[in-house]
Ligand binder design. Structure first.
Ligand code: NCD
Ligand code: ZN
Length: 338
């Protein structure tokens, strides 16, 4: 039988949680075997706050991935304690982005920023240094389904005040956010996950509770999901892939106060291929996962290729015995060959 194949430039993941220590050892292969580069989020415990943290974390990651040709792109967390000098030294050390979490909005963000305006000198330094500002775009304290919407004013304020600062609104989850990003200048882009293209809130709480679909920002309405799909397949370079793969061990997800995060690294690329195929947009898939993000970050395109095959399978129920990957037990049409 002739199996349809898709060969393309090796992709990048512009938003991933690799954790550290034992978890890093376990989850890194799922990312490093597929993606040439990944932007590694800083919300470890303790967090990555400055150049020396990032240098140490980078060598920990590289120490785990051997000679596979995987490049971690490092970030620091922007907190109330960040000063312009932190940004300068981090940028000199090769840190490509600063990630801002508003306080308390997601996993490990208790030390997040309490006042965005108070950080304007820091953003000015990021603009000068050419460091990208990555935003977890949710406003603390608002109703959970409206937190992203309430954050969009702050995004518009930042884009207006820092016209040369590159800003990424991470893991878009709503039609309103898509429209806002489209209306802002080309310095403002957004990542889209695989799971926000597949899930709605019904898949989290509409039937029985699905803790492995629980993530921030919450998947929203079918109309929101449709707008995200349209943005992802549009070919517009403002939209590119960031998995937001966020592993938590099973007891941390399946409990009374479960952690937010979908562990999608093992399945995200095949799932995305299925979404693009369903929309008859496979011709724009490579640009979404291997083109737009690299260009926005000023990186050269990856060398080498990856092949996906259309050979349907069922997502594995467990990863390393300790994590439930996205689409566990569900049909997935594509797989990474090799
Ligand atoms: C992420 C995590 O677990 O670190 N969780 C999530 O629900 N997405 C943090 C984040 O990106 O919000
Ligand atoms: Zn994340």
């Amino acid at each position: 039988m002739n199996v349809p194949k898709l060969t393309m430039r090796r992709p990048d993941d512009f938003h991933v949680h690799l954790r550290d220590g034992w978890t890093l050892k376990q989850v890194l292969p799922a990312t490093a075997e597929v993606f040439a580069r990944a932007l590694v989020m800083p919300n470890t415990t303790p967090p990555i706050l400055n150049a020396s943290d990032a240098i140490r974390y980078r060598s920990e990651i590289l120490g785990e991935c051997g000679k596979g040709g995987f490049t971690p792109l490092m970030t620091i967390q922007i907190t109330d304690a960040t000063v312009p000098e932190t940004v300068r030294t981090a940028s000199q050390a090769g840190v490509v982005a600063g990630k801002l979490y508003p306080v308390g909005v997601t996993t490990n963000s208790e030390n997040g920023a309490t006042d965005i305006k108070a950080l304007y000198q820091v953003f000015g330094e990021m603009e000068r240094a050419g460091m990208v500002l990555c935003l977890h775009g949710e406003e603390p304290g608002e109703f959970c389904l409206e937190r992203e919407s309430y954050f969009l004013d702050a995004l518009e304020g930042l884009a207006g005040s820092f016209p040369r600062l590159r800003i990424v609104l991470e893991h878009l989850s709503s039609e309103e956010a898509v429209e806002t990003v489209l209306a802002l200048p080309e310095t403002v882009a957004a990542t889209i996950t695989a799971h926000h293209l597949v899930l709605t809130l019904d898949d989290v709480i509409g039937g029985k509770l699905q803790p492995h679909h629980f993530c921030k920002p919450l998947p929203k309405t079918p109309a929101d999901r449709a707008a995200l799909i349209e943005a992802a397949i549009s070919g517009n370079p403002k939209f590119f892939f960031g998995s937001d793969s966020a592993p938590h061990r099973i007891p941390t997800k399946e409990c009374a106060d479960g952690a937010a995060g979908v562990f999608s690294a093992p399945t995200a690329l095949p799932v995305l291929a299925g979404v693009f195929e369903h929309e008859d947009a496979l011709d724009r898939f490579e640009a979404f996962v291997s083109g737009h993000g690299a260009r926005f970050y000023g990186l050269s395109p990856n060398e080498g290729a990856i092949t996906l095959e259309r050979r349907p399978w069922k997502g594995r129920l467990r990863y390393c015995g300790e994590y439930v990957p996205f689409m566990a037990g569900k049909p997935i049409d594509w797989r990474v060959a090799g």
